[in-house]
Design a protein around this ligand. Structure first.
Ligand SMILES: [Zn+2]
Length: 95
């Protein structure tokens, strides 16, 4: 398993970040979507980066993921490539 933390900003080291976009969305149900290869943005420096191989559940309503979503996440995580963090410039291009 990769040990890199996709929530840590590669530009300034802050963990004050949020996922703002994911590729290859796969709907699980009406409220939950599995996303792979997530784009993050840093609240502190405004930097952006992509976490390839990272899978997460995007929820419309927040709260705990459903059992269905957790199972889908576990399955996708085990099949995912190794986590790779790629810093992006302000235009969203690889540096
Ligand atoms: Zn930052």
């Amino acid at each position: 398993m990769a040990t890199a933390n996709p929530n840590t900003c590669p530009h300034c080291g802050s963990s004050n970040s949020g996922a703002n976009f994911g590729f290859n969305p796969q709907p699980i149900n009406d409220d939950e979507t599995l996303i792979r290869d997530v784009l993050f943005a840093c609240v502190d420096c405004g930097g952006q980066w992509a976490a390839f191989g990272f899978v997460m559940i995007a929820q419309r309503n927040g709260g705990e993921p459903s059992k269905e979503a957790q199972e889908a996440l576990a399955e996708a995580a085990s099949a995912a490539e190794d986590l790779r963090i790629e810093p992006l410039d302000q235009d969203g291009n690889p540096i």
